[in-house]
Design a protein around this ligand. Structure first.
Ligand code: GCO
Length: 456
């Protein structure tokens, strides 16, 4: 990774924070919200059987959240919209159909309208993710992402959000990390809906891509002034060190599935072979044209590279491997490797037409613990500084990067890790509701206000 010529970011570079509905809102039963697959995900699969019924209480305390964002000098906030607050059963956005379906829940729309207005009042630009894994239970019961109909329902939901909120909400992130949702939710079973069979993986990948394309078409048809993108969890896929060259084969297969199965149909209108073989039975004529929609930005979530190895006992012959001995590890035993972010951004620049990129998530957790957050989190500042250096290095060789969103604003409910993982710039004490700004909060504010990345 080249050394930096300058540590000064352009004035127009967007500094923001990111979150998601299910991880922060709480109030799961309030005001007509319907159940999602995460509402019913077995609590025994979550550390400490923790639930998200309160978490950071952001459904009620959104104004406090907005104040923290604005006071940090951040000019953008990426939140997600709970599909089931807007369409409780996920089935129909058009209640005129005499089916008994829920139709649109106006109270859900009203909440996001309040949040958007509160952000705009503080000159913070709202970026809304339409799907951050909280699929309506009603749709899961009808097959979820194995069913093509879910893609159609997603399009209807996207159209509702744009028509009801698009007068003020202009930035849309269509999906969050479809690869994570597909693999962790439907193969490994450690995320909702908790499925553990690979046979439907192709359909789950394809129908998310299709949903994304249909939603983009609907948004474009409804309004001409939207900035539309989607977020992928891109990871360099590296072969575990070992005697077998088959590890390289495994790493390439993982790359085609984890990265290529989402990048290629969107940017090239085709699937890489590993993915294509899995989804031939659900790929219909015209689908790739629907998926290949022009976007205004690609959201990149980056945390670490992946290491893969050949495993004859695995149905896919691919299995995760540990990072090389002695490498610096994060709280999840992933390799802390800013060069992997540079590598990812370079790949987008050279292989995918140098699209406008927003880093829509990057950050690190405290060491996993049920104890309090580390307030003097200089480890987090070091992690952020090194990864933001990688962003600047990529920009200096020509990558078209428009912003960086920190994951995340407040320590929140971290999926299967419950509350033992803490990624926030601000600690949130669930017992008292008090919030404490960490050292990294002040550090990021200085960076966001000056655009100048300190050298540590
Ligand atoms: C993800 C999700 C977030 C996580 C964050 C920390 O990237 O996995 O978008 O919901 O909480 O990444 O793991």
């Amino acid at each position: 990774m080249p050394s930096l010529r300058s540590r000064q970011f352009p004035a127009e570079f967007i500094w923001g924070a990111a979150s998601s509905a299910f991880q922060t809102e709480g109030s799961l039963d309030a005001d007509g919200r319907g159940q999602s697959i995460w509402d019913v995900f077995p609590r025994e699969k979550i550390h400490d059987h923790a639930d998200a019924s309160a978490t950071t209480d952001s459904y009620r305390r959104y104004r406090d959240d907005v104040a923290l964002i604005a006071d940090a000098g951040l000019k953008a906030y990426r939140f997600s919209i709970s599909w089931t607050r807007v369409v409780p059963d996920g089935m129909s956005a058009t209640p005129l159909i005499p089916t008994g379906w829920s139709g649109v829940n106006q109270a859900g729309i009203d909440y996001y309208s309040r949040l958007i207005d509160a952000l705009l009042e503080r000159s913070v630009t709202p970026f809304a993710t339409l799907f951050h894994w909280d699929l309506p239970l009603g749709l899961q019961e009808r097959g979820g992402w194995t069913s093509r109909d879910t893609a159609e329902r997603f399009r209807d939901y996207a159209d509702v959000v744009s028509s009801r909120l698009g007068d003020r909400l202009k930035h849309f992130v269509i999906l969050n990390e479809a690869a994570v949702h597909a693999v962790l939710g439907h193969v490994l079973g450690v995320h909702a809906p908790g499925q553990t069979e690979t046979s439907a993986l192709g359909a789950i990948i394809h129908h998310q891509n299709l949903a994304q394309g249909l939603a983009i078409q609907a948004l474009r048809a409804g309004r001409s002034d939207l900035s539309i993108g989607t977020t992928m969890a891109l990871m360099p896929s590296r072969a575990a060190r070992g005697i077998t060259p088959l590890n390289n084969v495994a790493a390439n297969a993982f790359d085609e599935l984890w990265n290529g199965a989402f990048l290629d149909p969107l940017f090239r209108g085709s699937y890489p072979k590993t993915a294509r073989d899995m989804l031939q039975n659900v790929l219909l004529d015209g689908d790739l044209d629907i998926i290949r929609q022009p976007i205004d930005f690609l959201g990149v979530n980056y945390y670490a590279p992946a290491y893969m190895r050949f495993d004859a006992s695995s149905p896919s012959f691919v299995a995760p491997a540990s990072p090389p001995q002695g490498t610096e590890l994060d709280a999840f035993d992933r390799h802390v490797d800013p060069s992997g972010l540079f590598e990812t951004l370079e790949r987008l620049r050279t292989d995918y037409g140098n699209p406008r990129v927003l880093i829509t998530e990057n950050g690190c957790s405290d060491p996993l613990s049920d104890g309090p957050a580390q307030i003097d989190d200089r480890f987090r500042i070091d992690y952020l500084r090194r990864h933001i250096e990688a962003v600047k290095a990529a920009m200096e060789v020509g990558a078209n990067i428009g912003g960086y969103f920190h994951w995340t604003l407040l320590d929140n409910w971290e999926w299967a890790e419950g509350y033992r993982s803490k990624f926030g710039l601000v600690a949130h004490d669930r017992a008292t509701g008090t919030r404490a700004k960490k050292t990294s909060y002040d550090w990021l504010r200085t960076l966001a206000q000056s655009g100048l990345l300190d050298a540590g």
